[in-house]
Design a protein around this ligand. Structure first.
Ligand code: GUN
Ligand code: ZN
Length: 437
């Protein structure tokens, strides 16, 4: 039995807070503790109480830092780690100019394995303990990522991208091979340890109707797998999609028609939605995913968080590396705050931290396993230092409340504010820092 007791200021969410005064939505313990046992949370709460039940257990004192559930990134592209900050264009040119050439390299299994290590380290360096990832079209890229995550006992939801047209040959499969490869990956990885599979048709532009039919068949055969794709990110994308699927009522109707919509479906971006699409998303319980840094970087548009919430839709929030510009969910919240400000919407710090932990876990249907510090859940914990930089320390000199401290982290924080990240009870920061050769 392996046990570690973390001491610190413990914050965990029970439900979405309406604001800083909604104290029933979270527990915050100034002198708190989290007892981790064999990769799970055995107890959390007041230090004095938890320590009493853990006599003799090694204590790591993280005070005055905050202990919180590890962050969850609900949309990220594993083979795009090296194209973050590629200059100048909007979505379709960016895909053709930078993304597809970079993803083509993941046909080399050795390259995919090397990058999988870098990718997982970057996630945990930034406090992210669970990711929902697009791999490249190559089956070996998904094998590399699942295998790396499994070696680290890290929760990973991922899928081989399905794409059979409108891209270079090196990143194309066929309807049949995409079905066969996805099926084999599901058999090998779905439900194995902390891995689960996301059926991953990239978007309608790069899939023929035959391939979307194959994706729909996979979804019907494996209803407990997630489904991830992109929807209504960019005006040129939407127009091209309508040309390719002239019979569809709108963009979402394409995915609907092939049986790809359910409460397991994650719809990356979902910016320029029509009223009918919003109604259909609300009805089937699918989840738009807000990708703030990407939406700004690619000039895609402003996500209407309040509009979707008003319809009862639960959205995820994510980095979308490499359209996104930071692996940090804190920086994601920072840019998300600004996008909502432009629309007279607000992203309160308590809701923000709820969103990147329990909120995203609920979107994934996994709040019983990740996203909180409740006993019986998995011991993924992040340690947050709100004084990590000189500017943050100065700002903290005037912070009087938890909400102010969290807001400083939300706006000014990045990987420097992540003092430590525990994945299934094991510390992750500090290793694997070798420079790229
Ligand atoms: N739409 C289809 N593929 C992609 C991708 O890789 N990134 C983004 N941002 N949008 C997409
Ligand atoms: Zn994406």
């Amino acid at each position: 039995m392996t046990e570690t007791l973390l001491r610190g200021r413990v914050l965990t969410f029970h439900r979405e807070p309406t604001g800083a005064d909604d104290t029933g939505a979270f527990s915050f313990t100034e002198d708190g503790a989290v007892l981790m046992r064999d990769g799970m949370i055995a107890a959390s709460g007041e230090y004095a109480q938890v320590a009493q039940a853990a006599a003799g257990v090694r204590v790591i004192d993280h005070r005055p830092n905050i202990l919180m559930a590890g962050f969850i990134d609900t949309h990220i592209h594993f083979p795009q780690v090296q194209i973050v900050a590629s200059w100048g264009s909007q979505l379709l040119d960016w895909l053709n100019g930078y993304t597809f050439p970079a993803e083509a390299e993941y046909g080399d299994a050795q390259h995919a394995r090397a990058m999988a290590g870098r990718f997982c380290s970057l996630l945990t360096d930034h406090g992210t303990t669970t990711a929902v990832a697009y791999c490249s079209v190559h089956k070996s890229s998904a094998e590399a990522l699942f295998s790396e995550a499994s070696d680290r006992n890290m929760r990973m939801i991922a899928g081989k991208t399905m794409m059979d047209r409108n891209a270079p040959d090196a990143v194309l499969d066929t309807a049949q091979s995409s079905y066969d490869d996805s099926k084999a990956l599901i058999a090998a990885w779905h439900g194995k340890g902390r891995a689960s599979y996301a059926i991953t048709p990239r978007f309608a532009i790069t899939s023929t109707p035959e391939q979307l039919r194959a994706a729909g068949a996979l979804a019907a055969e494996h209803p407990d797998c997630h489904i991830q794709t992109h929807l209504s990110e960019n005006h040129d994308e939407i127009a091209y999609t309508a040309e390719l699927y002239p019979q569809a009522r709108d963009y979402l109707d394409i995915y609907e028609g092939f049986g790809l919509l359910s409460d397991k479906t994650l719809l990356g971006h979902s910016i320029h939605l029509k009223q009918r699409e919003i109604g259909a998303i609300a009805e089937c319980g699918a989840h738009p995913v807000f990708c703030p840094t990407s939406n700004l970087f690619l000039g895609s548009g402003l996500f209407d968080d309040a509009g979707l919430r008003a319809r009862g839709i639960a959205s995820g929030i994510a980095t979308d590396i490499g359209g996104g510009t930071s692996f940090s969910m804190l920086q994601t919240l920072n840019e998300g705050y600004k996008i909502l400000q432009l629309q007279n919407q607000s992203l309160h710090a308590l809701r923000a931290f709820y969103w990147i932990t329990r909120g995203n876990a609920e979107v994934l249907g996994m709040a019983d396993r990740i996203g909180t510090l409740e006993p019986g859940t998995e011991a993924d914990v992040v340690v947050l230092n709100a004084r990590a930089t000189p500017a943050m320390a100065l700002r903290m000199g005037r912070a009087e409340t938890l909400a102010e401290e969290l807001f400083a982290l939300q706006i000014m924080g990045d990987d420097r504010a992540i003092a430590q990240t525990y994945v299934a009870g094991q510390p992750q920061k500090g290793g694997d820092q070798a420079p790229l050769s």
